[in-house]
Design a protein around this ligand. Sequence first.
Ligand code: HEM
Length: 362
Amino acid sequence: MSDKPLSVHYINYLSLDKILDAQTPISKEKGGEAHEEMLFIIIHQTYELWFKQILHELNSAITLFEADRIDESSIGIVVGRMDRVNTILTTLVGQIDILETMSSLDFLDFRDYLSPASGFQSHQFRKIELILGLKIENRHQFGGCPYHSQFDGEHKKEVLALEENNSLFSLVEKWLERIPFLKMDGFDFIKKYEQSVNEMLQKEINNIQTADLTDQDRDLRLKMIDQNRKYFQRVLSKREHDKAMLDGETRLSYKATMSALLINLYRDEPILHSPYQFLRSLVELDHKISTWRFRHVQMVEKMLGLKIGTGGSSGQGYLKQTVDKHKFFTDLANISTLMISRSYLPSLPKITKDQLGYNYSK
Ligand code: HEM
């Protein structure tokens, strides 16, 4: 026997025999193999592999955010991982183009054999949604059964546990609430910001009043500014914000929203750069998943028209509802409404800049 240690072989390391032996077109079993079914299987398997990688990244973000101390390096690591997730999602959207090379007629050659299987039963997709923060009460319901009635055994247990666990949404909210920047010595962010907003609106009013406009045009523009003022007042009032949360118009707490606003406004401060990148990556992720949902609906429209889904939903009708309703970080995206130009940004006193330390402890 040779003393040479066994070398790792590509085929074994990647379990290629298992993976490459895992495509079994159902149409073949039924007697007449539909050529396109191989593509259909491989595309879905590729999706599931990428879902596995996305879960790997998201779970690591959850672990880092559950720690007692979230320091700058943790944020940097998470930003890198979220960027990776977003790049994968770009590929996942692109993969729809490949599946669309199959025509609806080709699909019908094997579609009937698939019922009642459906992407609706992808437990990994549900896990991604749950880890990001889409809990059952925020879902668009169809039919009488909850989405998890599609699962049993380990898959059901996992999904139900995730309904109860921390999500990235809830952990980010807590992290934002803990960031000690809202009130620092000599700098009350909300008060200063409100003053700047009023100054900005007053300047706009002055410009309108001195501009060469018809009375009607002037009144219209002044009314718009007034609406703007009311919007800012509503957002900056904790009482109004809490009411909006109760009414289901917003999910992120008042304190977390104000911290996110501060991070967005003062993103040029070196200490806030990584937090800003992180918040941006979450909004990006939300947009990418929505883009995937939208492209998936378009594909379903091409393949099925108005036919119902194999999973028993109304098909494209149900899926269209999820594009808007199944978002995770809308409140972070909406922060853009509150941006004011740098010329109105309250300048930070030196002591405040010095206080912008890197460590946010529980
Ligand atoms: C011919 C191509 C496809 C068609 C016609 C199709 C059709 C549908 C339909 C009608 C639904 C709604 C549930 C139902 O009643 O079945 C659905 C859900 C779903 N599909 Fe597809 N699909 C296709 C390809 C894919 C691919 C490639 C993936 C990738 C994993 C996928 C993932 C999903 C997921 C995750 C859901 C659940 C969405 C949700 O509930 O928000 N589908 N699909």
